[in-house]
Design a protein around this ligand. Sequence first.
Ligand code: NAI
Length: 233
Amino acid sequence: MSHILISGGSRGIGAATAKLFAGKGHNVTYFFKNAPVLQGERITPVQCDVTDPLSVADSVGKACDNYGRVEVLISNAGISYTGLATDFDFKDYRMIMDTNFGGLFNLTSEIIPSMVHNGSGVILAVSSMWGQTGASCEALYSATKGAVDSYVKSLAKELGPSGIRVNAVSPGVIDTDMMSEYTDSDKTALADDTPLGRLGTPDDIAQTLYFLSGSRASFITGQIIGVNGGFLA
Ligand code: NAI
C-alpha cells in the first residue's frame, strides 16, 4: 500500500484516478481548490491552491501527517483558455502558467527531497497532446504543457540516479468539465477526427497513470505517453 498524492482530484481525470488508486488499496490524498466533492474509503481531501508555494507546503505537510511520505505524486490540476493568442493579457498568462506549470514546479519542489532521501518515488504529470504539437486558439495552454513535458524529461534525467521515475501522460480529447465550452456537435466532430472514433474518458487516463506508477513500468522514465485514440500519432 502506497500513499498517492494527486492535485485537482475533485472531478474529471483527477477524481477517476483517485478512485482507481483507492480501489486498488492505496491511500489517496487529493488536493482540491474549491470544494471537496469526492469522498470515499482511503481518500482524504486537503484544500490546496497549487499556484501558491506556501499553500502547497502546508497541504503536503497535512497529507504526510495523515498517510506518511508521498510515494507517488500525480500533478494533474490544470486550467485551459480558448481564444486567439491576442485575446489574453499578462494576467491570463500568469494564471495559466502558474497553474499548469507552476503547480508541477511547486509540488515537485516540495516532495522531491523526501523521495531522494528514501531513494525511491514516482512522479507523474498530466500534460496534453497540445503541448507536443501546439493548438490553434490554445497557444498559451499548449505552451504551458510544452513546459511540463520539458520539465518531466529533465527531472527524469536528474532524479533517475536517486531511484525516482518521472513521466507524463499526454491526453487527447477527454470528456470532462474542461470540455464544457464545446457543443455536442463540436464533440462529435472531435470524435470523428479521432482514429478510434470516440472521445477519451477520465478512466482511460487513470488506467495509464496507474500502470506508470507500478513495478510493471519500472524501466520507463522521461517519457511523454500519449493517450489520445490515435489523434496524434
Ligand atoms: P477539470 O476541469 O475537470 O479538472 C481540473 C481540476 O484541477 C479541477 O478539480 C480544478 O479544481 C483543479 N484545479 C484548477 N486550478 C487549481 C489550483 N490552482 N489549485 C488546485 N486545483 C486546481 O479538467 P480535467 O479534464 O479533469 O483536467 C485534468 C488535467 O488533464 C489538466 O491538467 C488538463 O490540462 C489535462 N488535460 C485534459 C484534457 C481534456 O480534454 N479534458 C486533455 C488534455 C489534458
